[in-house]
Ligand binder design. Sequence first.
Ligand code: ADP
Ligand code: MG
Length: 714
Amino acid sequence: MGTRKKVHTFVRVKPTDDFAHEMIKYGDDNKSIDIHLKKDTRRGVVNNQQTDWSFKLDGVLHNASQDLVYETVAKDVVAQALDGYNGTIMCYGQTGAGKTYTMTGTTENYKHRGILPRALQQGETNRIIASHTMNKNSSRSHCIFTIYVEAHSRTLSDEKYITSKINLVDLAGSERLGKSGSEGRVLKEATYINKSLSFLEQAIIALGDQKREHIPFRQCKLTHALKDSLGGNCNMVLLTNIYGEAAQLEETLSSLRFASRMKLVTTEPAINEKYDAERMVKNLEKELALLKQELAIHDSLANRTLVNYDPMDEIQIAEINSQVRRYLEGTLDEIDIINLRQIQEVFNQFRVVLSQQEQEVESALRRKYTLIDKNDFAAISAVQKAGLVDVDGHLVGEPDGQGFGLGVTPFSAKPGKKSKSKKTFKEQLSSSARKEGASSPVSGKELDVSTSKTQLTPSSKEGDVKDMTIRERETSSIEPLPSDSPKEELRPPRPSTPPPKPVAFEDFKNERGSEINRIFKENKSILNERRKRASETTQRINAIKREMDVTKEALNFQKSLREKQGEYENKGLMIIDEEEFLLILKLKDLKKQYRTEYQDLRDLRAEIQYCQHLVDQCRHRLLTEFDIWYNESFFIPEDLQVALKPGGSIRPGMVPVSRIMSLGEDAQDKFSQLQQVLLPEGPDSVAFYNAKVKTEQKHNYLKTMMGLQQAHRK
Ligand code: ADP
Ligand code: MG
């Protein structure tokens, strides 16, 4: 396949008592014929004409049996056809030279049978060739036999099969008109035949010329019929039948010339492979079933119980979604790997959760802030009028071009007197916009709490869960305990080095944070209880589903039995037996159970989501309170705390306490340095200190918001 092959050319000489030994000579290897024409032998041959020719061929068959001819000429072509290669064998030559004898042979003697019956035999078709078929063709007409081969593998499973065809062509006599002496109708016929043979020649010459692109196949019926059998992708053999007698030498020469032209033609044999789609599907189904069995065996060997490899249903996907959420929250340590499908679904649900959270973050931002599109000039100018941004679109006080989304705090949230607060605002921004890469606010990572992740959940579920609504109120009603609470007064004197946070956190939970910690724990246990119920419900649903499947199968079996028997059908009324009836009832009941359980599960999920939200809030609160407490206890100078107290020199609201506490670690370090360098004497420096704290606060705060906006943009 893929390599070019020459047309094989053979010459068969018809046996004769009068062989022209002086004129026809064969090469030693039997692969060439030399013709020598005596100058005066024939009329019309002028003295100065060429008298010697040599023709190279693939073989000369002299006095060859039908058997040998088949072996030499046809056997390989037929064998290759059975492997999927098209093949063409043509007999060419003057009338009476033995074309028909070669191609079909005689029926009288089995030994004399020709290429056609032998080819059918080789293809294992013991088809009898009727004698009329063999004799019907006149020597003036062409005769093309086509054998179509379609070979399927003996092993039924093979979905590949091959198709090919073998063209056996017995051409009409090639003799020129002058010689045949035909007249009238016969003459017309002979002219016609020669014409088609010359078209055949033209086509063959074109095929032999590698540069020719157009091959004139359509010129006559013969070339048209042989279009895909001449050249192209098939094996091709030309057998030239000649007389060995001197009287026919001119025709013999002409036939040999045709053969030598034919030798120039090359073909590129290729297999005609096809696929049996139906068989392929069947094979794949079989393979699939086998692999499933194989998996089951592996599972049982690995002591894994009944893993389901089928596509997942809605409930299973919902379960995975909840696993992913719990994993992200830190309440689930790991997600067990079950199978490939499940792993893929886990990743899928990660994506789902991520995009939901992005939306939630955005909507949370929108709830709290007015976000202005930087390209929305109308909006910007409105804000400018309100004095919140300068002409360049920067927030008032922003010193350089480092832009960020315009997160404008609602007016109501602005602390203190308007004039003063505006200045403060400027101060805050002037430092915040300059700084980059300050550390993030204190996270809960090093604490004894699995994660400090904030989950923003939609707030639409409130009406659904009464129990949790109450709890939410409890949670949100907790305010930071006043700093002059009796507990604080009982606290031992401040140590010179602060305790490690994990240790301090334990103290905090028993001390000032005990109430919120109690609520946090309570909420968590409620959440866990709901989760447990959801998981149980899921299991019940799966069990019901399994039973439904079994029942359906049994029902189908009953139905098919009834249809086979058919005897109970009466005037369109179906009469079913008790067993089938009971199965129908059972299925109906199961469906009802399924629906109920499914509804329960959905409710539970809503509840879980809501509880989760509350637990997250509580956790956040716990951590924030802890930070406040920790900073107050170990970092903020006592005199400042006095100033921060109600009635102190710093008015409540001007420096929101919670913001002080969102200082990052680095900021805290700086804080203590500041404390040492700039605040050696206390109260007099409070004003500066105050401003500095606010600036740092604002910076951290803005940085967080920018981070959120960036995360959302991605
Ligand atoms: P064509 O088809 O080329 O016109 P045929 O095959 O009809 O020629 O042959 C003419 C006659 O010669 C037939 O009677 C045929 O049996 C006989 N003949 C041709 N070739 C051979 C051969 N190789 N051996 C024996 N008889 C032959
Ligand atoms: Mg014939």
